[in-house]
Design a protein around this ligand. Structure first.
Ligand code: PXL
Length: 283
């Protein structure tokens, strides 16, 4: 029997609204990957579309938490970061990578900062600067178009995009230092939305699209990134992994629309977990 692959997932936990750890843990576990959370904060809900949420910052707990893991000499096949609430948390994550990154460890950074051209409410220019340093260390960097614009210090464009613009953004992200960039929220024509990916060793963009669904659904970036990482750790190619992540994120959104829950409640990714398992077996 092969041992399980193991991921350290460094995100917040939001009790309601399905994002960050409440997505990463079930998606990666369903994909057969042992997932060890490093909770950076505890919120009653995420910050997008809710008011009055509680926010307990766990920054002060992290050094001892991580030190214990050092004593246990844990090995991780991947380090997966998402929503990070302060410069200090990004610094801790960079120190975590220094400590736990071995030759075979994949550092996957989802530089969660904003969407639709705007930063999330708690993100400051200082956090963006730190995020750039983190992005430079990523094996896989997975921003949306808004986050890419902030990382590259360029104005956000709403789309539609053309291939040369997407190529320019991907090239810029790789120039920051990331080995592979996977860009979400890419659309070249009104009817389809998806992702574009490029690695330093190929310099050729690959695309995956699904039909465009109207409306904005919270947590889709976390669903996409978690599925992408799950597929990569199951030895799918970058192209296959991106396609699986686009297809299944789309399926989760369409199911959510049919159920009719409010966009702020997150997407029904629970219903696509069997399909994820099937796709990983079929690869
Ligand atoms: O989905 C990204 C995310 C994660 N965690 C928290 C958030 C958000 C986006 O708003 O607020 C707490």
């Amino acid at each position: 029997m092969l041992p399980l692959k193991r991921v350290a997932a460094i995100h917040d936990i939001s009790g309601f609204g399905k994002c960050s750890l409440t997505v990463a843990l079930p998606v990666l576990s369903a994909a057969g990957i042992e997932t060890c959370p490093v909770p950076t904060a505890i919120l009653s809900t995420h910050t997008g579309g809710f008011t009055g949420f509680t926010y307990r910052d766990l920054t002060d707990d992290l050094p001892a938490y991580i030190q214990h893991w050092q004593k246990l000499a844990l090995h991780f096949d991947a380090i997966y970061s998402g929503f990070l609430g302060s410069k200090q948390q990004i610094d801790i994550l960079r120190a975590f990578c220094k400590q736990f990154r071995k030759q075979d460890t994949l550092v996957f950074v989802d530089p969660v900062m904003g969407d639709n051209g705007k930063l999330y409410s708690i993100y400051t220019p200082e956090i963006c600067t730190e995020m750039k340093k983190l992005a430079a260390e990523a094996d896989i960097l997975a921003p949306n178009m808004t986050e890419a614009a902030f990382l590259l210090d360029i104005p956000y464009k709403a789309g539609p995009y053309n291939e040369s613009y997407i190529q320019e953004i991907l090239t810029g992200l790789l120039a920051l230092g990331a080995k592979t960039a996977v860009l979400t929220g890419v659309w070249l024509e009104e009817s389809h939305l998806g992702a574009a990916a490029m690695s330093r060793n190929t310099n050729k963009a690959i695309y995956a699209f699904s039909p465009k669904v109207s409306g904005m659904f919270h947590g889709t970036g976390d669903v996409f990134s978690s599925i992408l990482l799950a597929a990569i750790l199951n030895n799918c190619s970058l192209e296959v992994s991106t396609t699986i992540a686009v297809d299944l994120t789309y399926d989760a959104i369409t199911i959510t629309k049919e159920i009719g829950t409010a966009p702020r409640e997150g997407v029904a990714f629970e219903r696509i977990l069997p399909a994820l398992i099937n796709r990983l077996h079929l690869k």
